[in-house]
Design a protein around this ligand. Structure first.
Ligand code: FES
Ligand code: FES
Length: 161
């Protein structure tokens, strides 16, 4: 077993992990941070996306030991400490970008990364950024609209009609 320490959402965490334990399992099972979801568990669906040292990673494909000492951001860190949703989360709610919510944590973290690089992405850039995240509820249009709402962008889709 390995002692793993990391800074998650600005708070220091530590726990034990076997060498083969994924970062996703470490977050969920060892630390109780179950906001990060697991879908395919082999790098396809994007549900498990978190940020490690500012870059999005599929936490089902990264070992916990590889994230030792890293700065990790998960969906739990997006809302304010009083529970107030971030503008992006609020926009998801307002546009019905949440259906079952399974893909949502991965979508949000992917979009957080996008918005740090490009604060006002076009609809095409948003679609490109989330192209690796699968939503089984086929809610892509509402998700794109949520990002546009949060960033003041314009949709070519139904909201502008
Ligand atoms: S659970 Fe990691 S990509 Fe699907
Ligand atoms: S909201 Fe259900 S999978 Fe995306």
């Amino acid at each position: 077993m390995h002692e793993i320490e990391m800074l998650i959402n600005g708070r220091s965490y530590s726990g034990l992990a076997e060498a083969r334990m994924t970062l996703a399992d470490f977050l969920r099972h060892s630390l109780g941070l179950t906001g990060t979801h697991l879908g395919c568990e082999h790098g396809v669906c994007g549900a498990c996306t978190v940020l490690v040292d500012g870059a999005s990673v599929r936490s089902c494909l990264m070992l916990a030991v590889q994230a030792k000492g890293a700065i990790v951001e998960t969906v739990e860190g997006l809302a304010a400490t009083d529970g107030k949703l971030s503008p992006l989360q609020q926009a998801f709610q307002d546009t019905h970008g949440l259906q079952c919510g399974y893909c949502t944590p991965g979508m949000l973290m992917t979009i957080v990364e996008l918005l740090r690089e490009n604060a006002q992405p076009s609809e095409a850039q948003i679609r490109d950024a989330i192209s690796g995240n699968i939503c089984r509820c086929t809610g892509y249009q509402s998700i794109v609209e949520a990002v546009l709402l949060a960033t003041g962008g314009k949709s070519a889709g139904r909201m502008s009609e």
